[in-house]
Design a protein around this ligand. Structure first.
Ligand SMILES: Nc1ncnc2c1ncn2[C@@H]1O[C@H](COP(=O)(O)OP(=O)(O)OP(=O)(O)O)[C@@H](O)[C@H]1O
Ligand SMILES: [Mg+2]
Length: 216
């Protein structure tokens, strides 16, 4: 049975597809049998991104399949080591189904109050039926201000949620890479790749814990 990572949010456009692809690429590169289940059938962002990746001939290939329902995605979980579920834009019934099925729930978030509050509200709803330690926040599309980043981290900590180390700044260099079918660690800029690697590594570290707990 695959380790399932659900990438969900209350708000649209926060970086779910970006984070899903980053995670999947990291594990695929390490030889894990990896799949992205794209639950956003209206936009099919990750599905279409994979076509661009194939056209650009970028390795490793990252299989992406579209699913209209969460249970359809879960059916294939036993064929993979890692299944990353890229959630639909807004929190729906499917969002809660993804969360229930996930070993790790990643909620990408920006740093404006308009982003922080809905993120925490979603997490508050989830912890009513899901263990708190399965939920992590990933800071995405952040600006240059270290103070703002640090305040954002404090906001989640005070609400008693885990925030992943590392963050993705909002940069044209990332967008250009995504346009070519790359992930945030595969840009033309060493500095941007390093930033993304830090965030990716903190997810890998969480999964290593889950993986060793399973093996025990
Ligand atoms: N760090 C970044 N720097 C620049 N652009 C970014 C960054 N992260 C994401 N983007 C861009 O922001 C937009 C939204 O990102 P993404 O598609 O990952 O969000 P999403 O949460 O999946 O959106 P949706 O809710 O529509 O599914 C995309 O156009 C993406 O290319
Ligand atoms: Mg998306």
């Amino acid at each position: 049975m695959a380790i399932i990572i659900g990438v969900i949010s209350q708000k649209g456009g926060v970086g779910k597809s970006t984070i899903s692809r980053l995670i999947a690429r990291e594990f695929a590169a390490q030889g894990w049998h990896t799949k992205i289940g794209d639950l956003d059938i209206s936009q099919a962002t990750s599905f279409r991104w994979r076509s661009r990746r194939l056209q650009s001939g970028i390795e490793p290939d990252i299989p992406v399949e579209q699913y209209g329902r969460v249970d359809q995605a879960l059916k294939i979980a036993d064929q993979y080591d890692i299944l990353v579920i890229d959630g639909a834009p807004h929190a729906t019934q499917a969002t809660y189904q993804i969360a229930k099925a996930s070993d790790l729930i990643v909620i990408p978030t920006g740093l404006a109050v308009d982003d922080l509050e809905p993120g925490v509200m979603l997490a508050h709803e989830l912890v009513q039926s899901i263990p708190r330690d399965r939920i992590v926040f990933a800071l995405c599309r952040v600006g240059h201000s270290e103070a703002e980043i640090s305040e954002g981290r404090d906001y989640f900590r005070q609400a008693n949620y885990h925030v992943l180390e590392g963050e993705l700044p909002d940069k044209t260099g990332y967008r250009r890479a995504f346009d070519e079918g790359r992930v945030a660690t595969e840009t033309r800029y060493v500095g941007l790749n390093r930033k993304a690697e830090r965030l990716a590594q903190s997810i890998v570290d969480r999964i290593a814990i889950i993986s060793s707990e399973r093996a025990a």
